[in-house]
Design a protein around this ligand. Structure first.
Ligand SMILES: [Zn+2]
Length: 332
């Protein structure tokens, strides 16, 4: 992005004076924190002023290649916005509005749920301090996932470099979100089988760290790696079938009380996961009617909403298995 030069690759760096943005500025995660740059001239240079009405929106073929992810979303693109206008664009109806707000609202819901769980939910179930920690860790992971995703969609239009950096943030959030699903589930499912609980927690931690390390590969965020990335996250989610089947066998089969309680919830969770990935991969419904779902109803928006619903469902499922464990202590 011409007028915003970057001096180094650091997460936080001093960018110095720039042509369109007088004064010192800093970049955080490759988004330049600009001062007083609230309005754009036609050539994208900053001028003084403050109004969300001045944020222009573009058609698909007018934006740079690195913003052209989905040819079936034809209009409503923000492009090359300074950091301050990226934030202001939260209040502009663009093709990213639902993507941003679905996960910002999801984040807020999980903040409220975290307070509720610790103040009312866990104490009402007579939970111990370890129940507080496990439930809170799970919800914190969902919050991290949601806020990283919202951040990606806010800042993706800033510059090519920022879009890559925030894609890394978004994908890291997904990895942490998946850990947040596994951690409490394995803890309560294998509650009375602590050796298996520890083994599965270690395996899941190692797999998640392996995915995070793979992100350091120079080609990881390249378009050509899109399918590999999806396959990797599908594998991380799909791996959960192994401990699930093992847990059913160790628990005494399909007719035991706990399996009847928890297995349908696991099944619904996987169905929600499949629905989310089908939206993500198929680009349905916009591929059937390009341009019609630019602002509302596009596949990525359904993917976001399904992720929030899945996390809420899993939070409720974890609460019910926690309650079962408290009511039915382990027989030593
Ligand atoms: Zn997204």
């Amino acid at each position: 992005m011409g007028q915003y030069h970057h001096e180094n690759q650091n997460l936080v760096s001093r960018a110095g004076k720039t042509n369109g943005n007088p004064g010192w500025s800093y970049s955080v995660l490759d988004v330049e924190i600009d001062r007083g740059c609230h309005q754009l001239k036609p050539n994208n240079l900053c001028i003084a002023g403050s109004s969300t009405e001045n944020i222009p929106l573009y058609e698909f073929n007018e934006v740079p290649m690195w913003l052209q992810h989905n040819p079936y979303v034809v209009s409503g693109y923000r492009s090359l916005l300074p950091g301050s206008l990226c934030l202001k664009s939260l209040f502009v109806w663009s093709n990213e509005s639902i993507n941003i707000w679905s996960h910002l609202l999801g984040f807020m819901i999980f903040v409220v749920l975290m307070i509720y769980d610790n103040a009312i939910g866990v104490p009402n179930h007579n939970g111990s301090w370890s129940d507080h920690i496990i439930v809170t860790l799970g919800v914190l992971c969902y919050q991290f996932c949601m806020v990283c995703s919202a951040g990606y969609h806010v800042f993706v239009c800033h510059s090519e470099r920022a879009s890559k950096r925030w894609l890394a943030v978004d994908l890291t959030g997904i990895s942490i979100g998946i850990i947040g699903c596994y951690l409490p589930a394995v803890h309560y499912a294998f509650y009375c089988l602590s050796i298996w609980r520890d083994i599965y927690l270690i395996i899941i931690s190692l797999l998640s760290v392996a995915v995070l390390v793979l992100q350091l590969h120079p080609h990881f965020f390249h378009h050509s790696w899109a399918r590999t990335r999806i396959l990797l996250y599908c594998s991380l989610v799909g791996y959960g079938i192994i401990p699930t089947v093992h847990w059913v066998l160790l628990s005494g089969g399909l007719h035991t009380e706990l399996v009847k309680l928890f297995l349908p919830k696991v099944t619904v969770m996987y169905i929600l996961g499949v629905i989310a990935f089908v939206f993500y991969l198929s680009k349905f419904p916009e591929r059937c009617c390009p341009g019609r779902f630019d602002y509302l109803g596009a596949s990525h928006q359904w993917w976001h909403v399904t992720v929030v619903v899945a996390c809420l469902w899993w939070h409720d499922s974890i609460t019910s298995i926690m309650d079962y464990r408290i009511q039915n202590p382990c027989i030593s």
